[in-house]
Design a protein around this ligand. Structure first.
Ligand code: 5GP
Length: 112
């Protein structure tokens, strides 16, 4: 089981802010912005590079859920960034696809 599957199974504690049958969202344990939430499909796809046609609806759901959470967290107007790290050069550390939702501060570009 991945760390995020363990969080979904309540085997590891997390500050969960949203859950439905397909997706779970919780605050990152090491936040990089005042809002730093991870939006995770319950079905463990390792990373975006491993996603296939059969994941199309789930990937859409991940983004729409992220946008809804940004609204709920009050960062829609000020703006926010979503990040998906896929693979070593991107700094991926948890091999279970997840969307980072970052906001409530100005974020520089380009990223490091
Ligand atoms: P990645 O580097 O793979 O894109 O992102 C993994 C993220 O998961 C990191 O931001 C890290 O802080 C977060 N993370 C790792 N372990 C845990 C955990 O046990 N609980 C929570 N809430 N976040 C975690």
């Amino acid at each position: 089981m991945t760390i995020f599957e363990k969080i979904a199974a309540r085997e590891i504690p997390a500050k969960i802010i949203y859950e439905d049958g397909e997706v779970i969202a919780f605050h990152d344990v090491n936040p990089q912005a005042p809002v730093h939430v991870l939006v995770v499909p319950k079905r463990a796809i390792s990373r975006l590079a491993e996603a296939t046609e059969s994941d199309q609806a789930l990937l859409g759901k991940l983004l729409l859920t992220t946008a809804k959470l940004a609204r709920d967290l009050g960062i829609e107007k000020s703006g926010y960034r979503i990040v998906i790290n896929s693979g070593r050069n991107a700094g991926e550390t948890v091999p279970h696809l997840h969307v980072h939702l970052l906001g409530k501060r100005a974020l520089s570009w380009p990223p490091g």
